[in-house]
Design a protein around this ligand. Structure first.
Ligand SMILES: [Zn+2]
Length: 84
């Protein structure tokens, strides 16, 4: 195993953190790179750090070094569980 890991992603417009994109978006990026121009050029993705969902263009995708940010698990939905 090599420590040289990279991933494709975009930079969050809100907090500036890298957002990894799905394999589907990466394959779209690769297809557009091969001049298949009749494909959608934008996609929406949610930042895992600040949870801002925005629309990005395929051309905004760049390669980041390291590993994608880990999703923070937060109990956002439903009332808190209270033990009494
Ligand atoms: Zn963000």
């Amino acid at each position: 195993m090599t420590a040289q890991r990279t991933y494709r992603g975009v930079t969050c417009i809100r907090c500036g953190q890298p957002i990894s994109v799905s394999a589907q978006v990466v394959s779209l990026h690769n297809e557009i790179a091969h001049r298949l121009e009749n494909l959608p050029h934008s996609f929406s993705v949610r930042c895992q750090m600040c949870e801002q969902e925005s629309v990005y263009e395929i051309k905004d995708i760049r390669r980041f070094d390291g590993q994608p940010p880990i999703r923070l698990t937060k109990a956002r939905y439903g009332p808190p569980i209270v033990f009494s």
